[in-house]
Design a binder for this molecule. Structure first.
Ligand code: GRF
Length: 196
């Protein structure tokens, strides 16, 4: 299942890739109403739900409620694809979660990764698919790909180029994880039946 907060182009790439037969998207969850990500799911008949923090007394209750909603769909894997909330301990204890991030972690964690990379003046940035732990973009790295910063790039142009790479990488990683399984040893994530 996939968690989204916005336009959902990464979600769309995953939905499109279900045609490969490696995996399906059992549900899409969001932290707000009226976003394009929910429309994309609805268009192909994938069930959706919304869990807003503001509908709960506190983050703990939101976390608990989100965990219940996710569990109802019995996912093998949760994909955070542009989900802009920090997941809580209940969700993380119950499900393996992967996230896609638009920078080469551990550089530029957080919600403004592309802006921060540009402000720093790096010539090379990229994207990271990683397992989610209780920190902010600190979980074990699964896959990364570099994207060069071009002369004249602004946050939008650079982010769009990163997202083109991000969508492909995310689909590839989720496909391999679904097909072959994975093991985690410390900070190393190995995809494959034999752990190779
Ligand atoms: C992606 O770059 C993701 O890494 C970041 O937000 C963007 C989401 O894009 N956290 P989309 O909603 O999948 O189009």
């Amino acid at each position: 299942m996939v968690l989204v907060s916005g336009s959902g182009t990464n979600l769309q790439a995953l939905l499109d890739a279900t045609a490969s037969g490696d995996f399906g998207v059992v549900a899409v969850g969001a932290d707000r109403h009226g976003i394009e990500g929910l429309t994309r799911a609805g268009r192909v008949g994938v069930p959706t739900f919304v869990e807003q923090v503001s509908d709960h007394a506190n983050r703990d209750e939101w976390d608990e409620s989100l965990a219940v909603q996710i569990a109802a769909h019995k996912p093998d894997l949760v994909v955070s694809a542009g989900f802009m909330k920090i997941l809580g301990p209940r969700v993380l204890a119950a499900f393996p979660v992967v996230n896609t991030h638009p920078a080469l972690l551990p550089a530029f964690p957080g919600a403004h990764a592309v802006r921060d990379a540009l402000a720093y003046g790096v010539r090379l940035t990229g994207c990271t698919v990683h397992l989610v732990d209780t920190g902010v973009d600190t979980g074990p790295v699964i896959a990364q790909e570099a994207v060069a910063v071009r002369e004249g790039d602004d946050e939008e142009t650079l982010h769009e180029r990163i997202k083109t790479v991000e969508r492909r990488l995310l689909v590839e990683v989720v496909g391999r994880m679904a097909r072959d399984g994975w093991t985690v040893t410390g900070r190393t994530v190995r995809i494959g039946r034999t752990g190779e």
